[in-house]
Design a binder for this molecule. Structure first.
Ligand code: HEC
Length: 137
């Protein structure tokens, strides 16, 4: 084994290593851009999912009309200064909605992850925020 052969081997190994790193970088970049594309593409599907979650868990208290405990309580709480129906509110952020859903307030129960999963909650908050902005006066 000559010294030249040894140093060549080391150099080759280093090149292979660099190559692998570069390939990984490209792979990661492609993955990230795919995820971003999916994120915006899934938005309308997510809003539909969110609407279904809302109808199932929230509508009995937060729909418009009389006899809705949530709508009535919020009408009283804000004295009609902001919409009492949460899907018409433009001041609610996803974080705030998620906080109330996970913690509850007054007669509103909190919802477990076995009832509303994190992905359902994400869809739900998108639906509420989106319906507020599309019904914005
Ligand atoms: C059993 C009836 C009931 C159900 C079901 C219910 N809520 Fe509520 N919710 C209420 C009541 C009542 C309040 C007002 C409590 C208070 O502050 O007096 C409220 C308050 C809220 C608030 C806070 C608004 C504010 O400005 O204080 C949010 C957000 C909210 N609910 C979202 C939801 C979502 C989303 C769901 C479905 C996952 C849901 N609620 C299910 C009754 C309910």
């Amino acid at each position: 084994m000559s010294l030249i052969w040894l140093s060549n081997q080391t150099r080759i190994r280093r090149r292979v290593q660099e190559c692998k790193l570069a390939m990984f970088g490209i792979f990661a970049a492609v993955c990230i851009s795919n995820v971003q594309a999916q994120d915006s593409a899934s938005t309308s599907a997510q809003i539909e999912q969110g609407e279904a979650v809302f109808e199932y868990w929230c509508a009995t208290c937060h729909s418009a009309g009389p006899g809705m405990p949530g709508t009535q309580a919020l009408q009283a709480k804000y004295s009609g200064n902001i919409p009492a129906v949460i899907t018409q509110r433009s001041d609610l952020t996803p974080e705030l909605i998620a906080f109330y859903v996970r913690n509850g307030i007054s007669v509103m129960p909190f919802f477990r992850k076995t009832e509303i999963t994190d992905s359902d909650l994400d869809a739900l908050t998108r639906y509420i925020v989106n319906s507020a902005s599309s019904s914005a006066n």
